[in-house]
Design a protein around this ligand. Structure first.
Ligand code: NAD
Ligand code: MG
Length: 390
């Protein structure tokens, strides 16, 4: 029996993970499950999977969680420290599927116990890539990427010498507004931005897909996880979302990873690694799909990709600045204070303003510094938005 924990169990990736665990429960012991506001879901999952511990991120919901599990032996806890304790509980496999930088401290803690970390939380690598990779190395922990493009690259590299890699292509669906006239993007509504053409995911990553900020994050994620040079990483718009990534080698050959757009493939690969097991994904019907298309992304439509290049050039804490500005800009878009296209402007301004403080950017990266710069950048984003609205 493999002891597993799922951080962010009530979200889209968390629920897909549990869907796989449910199919072969005899293989797993569920240690800890964590969630946020959805106490009903968290309690139901904790009971179904006989978890040892259930944690909500919100201290004010502790009593609700306690009441929902009062007739069981399941331990309950709440708050940021409890999330870290959940990640520190001995487990052989931990899924990091909290959304946002909130997922970083638990990811970091999980690595300290030398476990296998299935990493969906891309914010961990974007904000603190080097710190995370070093922590994994020092503690003999393994990170298996769960973001579908990075799982694809990981799989394409099995048995290969990374020194022979010449380029990597990450594909992007183009998101909800791929075919919209650029001048109409500013008027896109929250509802329209929350609808992905191909993938069924949490709301925030879906909005990030429409603006291509998700792909910007993934380019940085690929640089941090695999150590590729920024200029080796390319992005192509691929509306069918069938080829998830391609790794090009020095001899001109490519290994492409092809599969249906279903996160259970990448999650299942990480869950079963180093084996492969049968997964509940639709068989690919390539003849039915007929053709696969690839296009260069339009830089005017997707300023996010240019900003990702700037972040990779500066490195240091600029990934933390970028991510915080992005998270905060999205909060303001969701709350109706700024338009869709304004998000990129807020992020660019914060990146320029906070990066001007060189001391901060050049500082040696510690978890505290990442969280400090995250806080500072959020405040900065709030000021930029205030300025836009005054
Ligand atoms: P989601 O919004 O569906 O779920 C997020 C989970 O995190 C929930 O369990 C929620 O309760 C919890 N959470 C939210 N805020 C929290 C906080 N402040 N503290 C602690 N827990 C909190 O998100 P998702 O779509 O499942 O994405 C999770 C992560 O995986 C993100 O980093 C995302 O970028 C990445 N990812 C998701 C997909 C996908 O298919 N959904 C694909 C690739 C990568
Ligand atoms: Mg992805």
């Amino acid at each position: 029996m493999k002891r597993i924990s799922i951080l962010g169990a009530t979200g889209s990736v968390g629920q897909n993970t549990l869907d796989l665990v449910r199919r072969t429960p005899e293989r797993f012991t569920v240690v800890a499950l964590t969630g946020g506001h959805n106490i009903t879901q968290l309690a139901a999952d904790a009971i179904e999977f006989q978890a040892e511990l259930a944690v909500t991120a919100h201290e004010d919901l502790l009593e609700d969680l306690r009441a929902a599990l009062s007739h069981t032996q399941i331990e309950v806890a709440a708050g940021a420290t409890a999330l870290i304790e959940a990640a520190a509980r001995p487990a052989q496999w931990i899924m990091s599927a909290i959304v946002g930088v909130a997922g970083l401290p638990p990811s970091f803690e999980a690595l300290k116990q030398g476990t296998t970390l299935a990493l969906a939380n891309k914010e961990s690598l974007v904000t603190a890539g080097q710190l995370l990779m070093n922590t994994a190395r020092v503690n003999h922990a393994r990170i298996i990427p769960v973001d579908s493009e990075h799982s694809a690259i990981y799989q394409a590299l099995v048995g290969e010498d990374t020194a022979a890699v010449s380029r990597v292509v990450i594909t992007a669906s183009g998101g909800a507004f791929r075919d919209w006239p650029i001048e109409e993007l500013q008027n896109a509504t929250l509802e329209q931005a929350s609808n992905h053409p191909n993938w069924d995911m949490g709301q925030r990553i879906t909005i990030d897909s429409a603006s291509m900020f998700n792909k910007a994050m993934e380019v940085i994620e690929a640089r941090e996880f695999f150590g590729f040079d920024p200029e080796q990483i390319e992005v192509l718009v691929h509306p069918e979302s069938i080829v998830h990534a391609m790794v090009g080698f020095c001899d001109g050959g490519f290994m492409a990873h092809v599969g249906p757009p279903d996160m259970r493939h990448a999650i299942g690969y990480a869950l079963n690694w180093p084996q492969r097991e049968v997964l509940p994904v639709e068989p690919l019907d390539l003849a039915g799909i007929g053709q696969l298309n690839f296009q260069t992304p339009d830089p005017a439509r997707y300023p996010a990709l240019r900003l990702a290049r700037e972040v990779m050039e500066r490195r240091g804490l600029s990934g933390a600045v970028f991510n915080a500005a992005k998270e905060r800009a999205m909060d303001h878009f969701i709350d109706g204070r700024i338009g869709f296209a304004d998000m990129a402007q807020v992020i660019e301004q914060v990146l320029t303003q906070v990066s001007a403080d060189n001391g901060l950017i050049d500082a040696e990266i510690t978890l505290d510094q990442v969280l400090q710069v995250d806080h500072l950048s959020r405040n900065n984003a709030d000021r930029v938005v205030k300025g836009m609205n005054s």
